[in-house]
Structures are given as C-alpha cells and as structure tokens.
Design a protein around this ligand. Structure first.
Ligand code: DWN
Length: 392
C-alpha cells in the first residue's frame, strides 16, 4: 500500500457531541489514504472498530433527502421489471428507504445500527440487527438463496472484503444478481472530493479495483451505471461467473477504459490529487478569512459526515461558521465533532440574518438550491468546496 494523502487527526465523523460533553477530550484517529498497486484498491490506512461507528445511536438516515428517496424508488421500479426478484436481501437497510418499496414477504434487511433497524422492524419488515457476516448469511439463507442482494453505500464501510463477499457468494442463488452502489473513485478524484474519505469510508471503489476483488470470489460485473447521487456514484450489476443468464455489457468495458485513461491504476494520479487537496484547503481558508473580515454571517447547511473531514482538515471552526442547519432529528442541538459547531433545526434560509452558507451537503446542491431559491434571489451566497472552493 502506498500512502498518498494525509488528512490529519480526525474525530469520528458521525459522533455528534452533546453540549455537556463539549469539554471532553474527543477520540481522534490518523486519517491517511493509500493505494494498493496490486489490485488498485484505494482505502484509508487506520480503521476504527465497527462497534464505535455503527451502534444503537447512528445518526444518518438515508430518507432525509428527496433526491435519495427518488433514487431508491426509481431503482425499485427498474429492478422489479428487469429481475422480478422474489427474495431480496438488503445489506445496510438503514431506515428502510429502499426496502419499503417492496412487499414485506419479498425482502429482508440487514442493519446493525439498532436505532435504525427498529424503524423497519416496527412496521413488520424482517430486519436483522447484526453486522453482515458469514454467520448471518447462513442464518438468513440456509433454506432459500437470494435472487437479489442490494447494498448501497454500505460495503465501502466494511473492513473485511473477504467476509463480505464470501457471505454474499453463499447467500446468492446461482442465477441471482448482486447490485452494489457506492461513490465512484473516478468522480471523487476528478472532483477533488477528498471529503469522501473519513472513518466510515474504508474504501472508495473504482471499477478496476472491484473487478479484481470480485474475481477472487468467482463473481463478475456485467453492467455498470453512473448515477449522480452522492457526488457521482456507480451502480454495479454483478453475477456469479457460472451464471450465463446475463451477458457482460459494453458499459463495463467503457467504464474501465475511462478509469484507465484517467490513470486510476497509477500512483502518480493520486499524488496529483493530493496536491490539489492541499491547494483546495488554502483556497477554502482564504475564502472564509475574506468573508469574516467583512463581518458577514456565515452558517453551514447539511452537517454531513463529509463536512467533518473538511472542517477538521482545514481547521474551520465556530470562529468562521456560526452554526449548521440540518433536518436530521438525531443531529439537532448537537455539535459537529472536532470543529464543535452547533447544529440547529433547519429553517428556510433568510437573507436578513444569513449572508453566506457553506454547503456541507454539496452532493444535494440541486435539491437545496431549489428549496432556497428566495434566499438566492435576494443575493444570498453559498460556499462550495467541490471541485474547487468558490462562492456562488
Ligand atoms: O456513506 C454514507 C452516506 C451515504 O451518508 C455514510 N457514511 C454517512 C452519510 O454521509 P453524509 O453525512 O456525508 O451524507 P449526506 O447524505 O450527504 O448527508 C446529508 C445531510 O444533510 C444529512 O444530515 C441531511 C442534511 N440535509 C438537510 O439538512 N437538508 C440534506 C438535504 C438534502 C436538505 O435539504
């Protein structure tokens, strides 16, 4: 593994602080990112035990944005039509935003965060509140294998790829399909979206890396689609190699071509990216300093896990940002880890008391700009740090 990026000491991204704990020392870990030149996998170097991140107090709910609700709903329609699955497993079912589009008889969820699993259990969707493992795979599919396994923004959070794919291989029927959806490394590197790296994102996958990993488990990608969610993701359609029901689509070759052309197989590409990250930090700090000199009121919008990386790496704290707005109940009245900026319950932006807004949830720019059109009309501005820090 070759380290190429050092994002400093970072707290746990989704560990929002209570007021009474503001003076407690926060646990921090060294956030470094590395490239494996054998299989092209990009991963963080130091990982945090899963129980510290995914427990009974996980704050993130996938259904919080219109964009994601629509994305999951649209996929459901396509999946039903294309694969007609009768037995589906969703790994990382979160608050049920995907699951709820299916009949309760046809889908089971796996969600180790007990507070979230409860939400789907309460409405009678079978949900295993456990980490995805071989043991769990045996429990769920000992008698009946899955025709579809779906996992969005989850496998990148699990350290043991061996355990993940062995368990998937065991659970998937011979003719079954695995659909994986995760942020695209190509998009992340191209857009200098370094905030995709934090404790939970152990991996940011490329097609070339995923192909190499899947090969060890006799699995192969037969289709790949680029989606716009989370700043640019890939949706991979995967099958067992023995399954001849699907032919490998041109999309796979094309995606690999794009990645190789950009140089995702070369360490030099990642070194260039790391230089851009350093420049991005300087530029973002300059923007904040200039705005503060003018005594403008700056707030944040969307207290994302990604913001944790940016704010702590760039050392942007409550001297620059007065507070964040967020719609998520678990985050409200808490403080962002490290930077200790207060998170307030979302209110429509008002130009009377807010001049500039740092867009923590930059991946939902279109949805947020639509919602805040009056603020924009009245001259309200946003700071966006991806692909390059600027005021718009
Ligand atoms: O992989 C992960 C992704 C999918 O979700 C997890 N490791 C953790 C989490 O990452 P994130 O916090 O960076 O995700 P989002 O989806 O960018 O978070 C958006 C945040 O912004 C949420 O807290 C909700 C909030 N929000 C809001 O307050 N108003 C979002 C929208 C669209 C809004 O209008």
């Amino acid at each position: 593994m070759i380290k190429f990026l050092n994002l400093g000491l970072q707290p746990l991204a989704n560990s929002y602080l209570k007021k009474k704990n503001l003076n407690h020392k926060e646990k921090k870990f060294k956030l470094e990112v590395a490239f494996n030149k054998k299989n092209y996998l990009v991963s963080i170097v130091n990982t945090v035990p899963k129980e510290k991140m995914f427990n009974n107090m996980y704050p993130y709910k996938s259904s919080e944005s219109k964009t994601m609700r629509k994305s999951f709903k649209d996929l459901t329609t396509k999946v039903k039509k294309r694969f007609k699955p009768n037995f589906i497993i969703e790994i990382g079912s979160n608050d049920g935003v995907f699951m709820k589009n299916f009949n309760k008889k046809n889908i089971v969820g796996v969600e180790p965060c007990k507070n979230l699993a409860k939400l789907t259990k309460n409405i009678n969707y079978t949900t295993y509140s456990e980490y995805w493992s071989m043991k769990l795979a045996r429990k769920i599919t000992i008698n009946k294998k899955a025709e579809l396994i779906y996992s969005a923004n989850t496998l990148s959070h699990i350290k043991s790829l061996n355990e993940i794919f062995r368990a998937i291989n065991y659970s998937l029927s011979e003719k079954g399909v695995l659909i994986l959806e995760d942020p695209s490394l190509l998009k992340c590197i191209k857009n200098v979206a370094y905030d995709q790296f934090y404790c939970e994102h152990i991996y940011v996958f490329s097609t070339i890396a995923l192909k190499n990993i899947l090969n060890n488990f006799d699995l192969e990608i037969f289709d790949v689609q680029n989606t716009t969610t989370h700043g640019g993701s890939n949706r991979y359609f995967i099958k067992k190699k023995i399954n001849k029901l699907y032919t490998i689509k041109k999309s796979v070759k094309n995606e690999i071509k794009k990645e190789l052309k950009f140089g995702l197989n070369k360490i030099s590409t990642y070194k260039i990216f790391a230089d851009k990250v350093k420049k991005s930090k300087i530029k973002l700090l300059n923007i904040f300093q200039k705005l503060k000199k003018k005594k403008l009121n700056i707030i944040g919008y969307g207290a994302t896990a990604k913001s944790c990386t940016v704010l702590n790496y760039c050392k942007i704290g409550n001297k620059f940002i007065d507070y964040f707005y967020d719609t998520t109940s678990y985050k409200i009245n808490r403080y962002l880890p490290g930077s200790k900026i207060l998170i307030k319950k979302y209110k429509k932006l008002n130009k009377k008391n807010i001049d500039v807004v740092f867009l923590g949830a930059w991946n939902f720019k279109d949805e947020i700009f639509k919602k805040e059109k009056n603020f924009i009309k009245k001259g309200g501005k946003f700071i966006i740090h991806v692909p390059s820090p600027k005021i718009i």
